[in-house]
Design a protein around this ligand. Sequence first.
Ligand SMILES: NC(=O)c1ccc[n+]([C@@H]2O[C@H](COP(=O)([O-])OP(=O)(O)OC[C@H]3O[C@@H](n4cnc5c(N)ncnc54)[C@H](O)[C@@H]3O)[C@@H](O)[C@H]2O)c1
Length: 385
Amino acid sequence: MIKIAILGAGAIADAHIQSYRKFKDRCDVVAVVDLYPEKAAEKVAKHSLRAAVFKDLPAAIGQADFDAASVCLPPFEHAQATIGLLRAGKHVLVEKPMATCLEECDAMLQAAESSGRVLSVVAQNRFRTPMMKLKRILESGLLGSVLHGQVDSFWWRGGNYYDLWWRGTWKKEGGGCTMNHAVHHIDLFLWMMGAPIWVQSVSLNLAHDNSETEDFSTSILGYPNGSVGQVTASLVHHGEEQQLAFQGARAKVAVPWQVKAMRPRENGFPDENAEAAAQIQAFYDALPAVCHEGHDGQIGNFLEAIEGRGALLVDGAQGRRTIELISAIYQSSHLEQRVVLPLSADAPFYTRAGILERARRFHEKTKSVANFATNDITFGRDFGN
Ligand SMILES: NC(=O)c1ccc[n+]([C@@H]2O[C@H](COP(=O)([O-])OP(=O)(O)OC[C@H]3O[C@@H](n4cnc5c(N)ncnc54)[C@H](O)[C@@H]3O)[C@@H](O)[C@H]2O)c1
């Protein structure tokens, strides 16, 4: 039985606890930690856990017997907590974003390597049937070469979203919607399309005046084979119509699931290519659904890796790769330059200090609340099956 600690008893902690509870024959949540012990106690009661409550990580490490932890803290605390846990011999599943800069990611990877413990980064949307199927279709070659990949990471948040104390500051949140919302779709995009070799970006704040950071960014990504990517992150899109779309030489596929194929008439104008679309649709339909969706799937995978029964789908190196692209997007948009990847350790946006020194503040954060009255959150578009 794997003994689990939950670090941070805020909004996302429920998803972790519920998922661990789905695997209760293999794991048990034995500790919940929060600066506000009453918030930790509330989770214990809400989920009927037999878990001890602690108000900081050193107390939990010193007094509780656990094997693995979910880090559900604000982004600026991910690196330090993860490194402390790994050094204490615990396996770690850290919430997105992995950290606020690449330097922190590298220190986390180093700690994982020296400890020999499992380090996984949350990217729960990989564990969704349409995403798994899309990935398999891209690997199948049925599209022909991929010419263009598009991420519409469209979200909507009210201005008061940024009233929470850690949000909307470069120091604590580490960025705006590119870092904290598009991180999900950027992970998926890199998983499916691979790493670009350059990026050119613009970032703006259109409508959130209690935040130093962007609520909109758009980026063009260049690939070694000449193909191109477009990644847009936004918090001003009503309806949150998020999508990933790939245009191949032979057909287009997208999630929410769609397949389209064209062929040329004698004069080059398009006709539907129903056979190509039907072939891809048949391939899609034949692929299996995932057993566990979202956080359930990721936590199942984390447990398997700890048990030595399977490989991680999202390891620390993949978490780092997402932060690398986000750092490059920030470097490009804030320094108004095309940025070549990979980013080296002397890149201006490699360290947190470098980012804090150079990132533009769109607004001053003037309002701050310690907690909202409700922890109800939404998770973006339901991608269906
Ligand atoms: N995967 C997803 O879809 C998803 C969704 C929401 C949030 N998140 C991520 O989860 C993380 C937490 O977000 P949230 O919305 O739950 O935030 P939150 O503010 O609701 O919860 C964080 C909790 O951590 C506690 N805390 C802060 N510092 C602490 C410390 N040093 N020791 C102990 N407790 C401490 C706070 O008191 C708070 O209860 C963030 O990284 C966020 O990006 C992921």
